[in-house]
Design a protein around this ligand. Structure first.
Ligand SMILES: Cc1cc2nc3c(=O)[nH]c(=O)nc-3n(C[C@H](O)[C@H](O)[C@H](O)COP(=O)(O)O)c2cc1C
Ligand code: SF4
Length: 467
């Protein structure tokens, strides 16, 4: 029988141990997070390039006017701060003193620290905690603590937490409000798989979370500081053994995919409709993100296009060496591309199918594309506004010189462009549609039968029943 969950103390009040995971760029906002808090849980405003509004309440399109990447990066930081502040204020109002509001930032986003300072400075008393994943956010604890705000790192292993704790977090221990364990094989969005882990061999979260708890204990952290289980959580009844389990300590559950389909969810209708059509296997764990991290998204034509581009790929040498004894005569200018006989034949075939341009990658390979797609790739790279601290696709880096020093990688894409587009009504087939691997449950779960779309309150109440 389902045990049920009890409220926990968070941000000075009792809340349900249920979190709406933050979703960039605008897949959680004031409407969804405010409603989640009003239903008694913890809602998360995405502070990653959030929307701002004009005096008529219309979303201000994030248009970049500056001519250089460096200056567009500054514009982006201003948009990001203004947008997140606006979202937090509105969410706080909707919450009406119930539940709690967190914000989410991506540590690897461009200007992350400045944005965090900018937002926390202008939202004093409204934000209970900051969740932060991607990379190693050592400075998170110090920044959050300086505003009297809690912090909740997102990790995918006990080892990652241990490094953060030892180097930085132990110095601001009282502000650590929880540790999010995000299952790197199941969660939607970016995934924290390490090189030691096989993307094709998922691991049971239980022993990994147990290990995380042991790591936390060895740092002197109380079992009352929750571990927040994220990734693949749908029915709470499936997690019965995790609730009130002394081996794990306090557990809180985070939902990312399920709250995409609510009345208040800000994603466009087409995206919502598509969620209810997904089958097992329709979400792909892949490595095309310009951040270099793995991520999980619906395997739609956008992702298939990237898969196909990477398949049209051959290795080359600048001089004849080893197996590379054949001069490439299609797609490239000049004669300095030596390839194998097999690859020469493959390249000629792609050329014959219209993939007439060969683009260099940072790994001494070439990918073949049509002239039209090549133009789009080059334009997107040129339009870069520096939204990441390091971008594989454009070579932008937040550091001096603003370059990673590596060749721009045509196998990747501009994540800023596509996430802004899909969040604001762009074609769902031609954009990155992040989703968790349990998304197929929308189609199977009777809660959603006959096209039913719950309000956030109805969803939270449903989750509390175990279903
Ligand atoms: C559309 C989408 C966007 C997401 N964006 C972010 C993000 O910007 N930052 C982040 O830390 N997590 C992000 N996530 C992860 C969620 O916050 C949550 O941890 C995860 O979705 C939980 O797993 P689930 O998808 O199985 O529910 C995103 C997830 C989805 C589905
Ligand atoms: S090219 Fe990369 S850094 Fe530039 S805006 Fe796009 S995703 Fe961001």
């Amino acid at each position: 029988m389902f045990k049920g969950v009890r409220p926990i103390l968070y941000g000075g009040r009792e809340v349900w141990p249920l979190i709406e995971g933050g979703k960039g760029v605008a897949a959680t906002n004031h409407a969804s997070s405010g409603a989640w808090a009003a239903a008694g849980g913890i809602g998360t405003v995405s502070a990653v390039n959030a929307d701002s509004y004009d005096p008529d309440g219309k979303i201000i399109p994030q248009v970049y006017r500056a001519l250089t990447r460096r200056d567009r990066h500054e514009e982006l930081i201003q948009y990001a701060i203004e947008g997140a502040v606006e979202q937090v204020k509105r969410a706080f109002e909707i919450a009406g003193g119930r539940g709690a509001i967190n914000i989410n930032v991506l540590w690897e986003m461009g200007g992350a620290q400045r944005i965090l300072h900018g937002v926390l400075e202008k939202t004093r008393g409204m934000v209970a905690g900051v969740t932060c994943g991607a990379g190693m956010p050592y400075k998170l604890s110090e920044i959050a603590a300086s505003y009297g705000v809690s912090y909740l790192p997102i990790v995918s292993s006990g080892r990652a937490f241990s490094a953060l704790w030892k180097r930085a977090y132990s110095k601001a221990a009282e502000w650590l409000a929880g540790v999010v364990y995000e299952d790197p094989w199941l969660a939607g969005g970016h995934n924290g798989l390490s090189n030691a882990e096989d993307p094709k061999v998922p691991q049971d979260p239980y022993p990994r979370v147990k290990l995380l708890r042991e790591t936390m204990r060895s740092g002197g952290i109380s079992d009352d500081v929750p571990i927040i289980m994220a990734g693949g959580v749908w029915f709470l009844r499936d997690w019965n053994d995790w609730i009130d389990n002394p081996e794990l300590g306090q557990i809180v559950f985070q939902f990312g995919t399920r709250p995409l389909l609510t009345q208040e969810s800000p994603i466009p209708q087409g995206w919502k409709d598509h969620l209810t059509t997904l089958n097992p296997g329709d979400v792909l764990l892949h490595r095309f993100s310009p951040t270099g991290f793995y991520s999980s998204a619906v395997r739609n034509p956008f992702l298939r296009n990237l898969e196909a581009r990477s398949e049209r790929q051959i290795a080359f040498s600048m001089e004849a060496a080893g197996d590379h004894q054949y001069q490439l005569d299609v797609g490239v200018k000049g004669k300095n591309f030596w390839v194998t006989l097999g690859d020469l034949n493959r390249a000629r075939e792609w050329y014959g199918h219209g993939f007439t341009t060969a683009l260099k990658t940072p790994d001494n390979t070439l990918v073949f594309e049509t002239p039209e797609e090549t133009k789009i790739i080059r334009k997107d790279q040129a339009d870069c506004m520096g939204c990441l601290s390091q971008c594989g696709f454009s070579s932008w880096a937040d550091t001096e010189g603003n370059s990673t020093g590596r060749l721009a990688d045509p196998r990747s894409f501009c994540i800023q462009k596509t996430l802004q587009d899909i969040a604001h009504g762009g074609p769902i087939d031609e954009n990155l549609m992040f989703a968790g691997h349990a998304a197929y449950k929308f189609k199977q779960d009777p809660f959603y039968s006959n096209g039913f779309v719950p309000t956030v309150k109805q969803l939270v109440d449903r989750i509390l029943t175990g279903d």
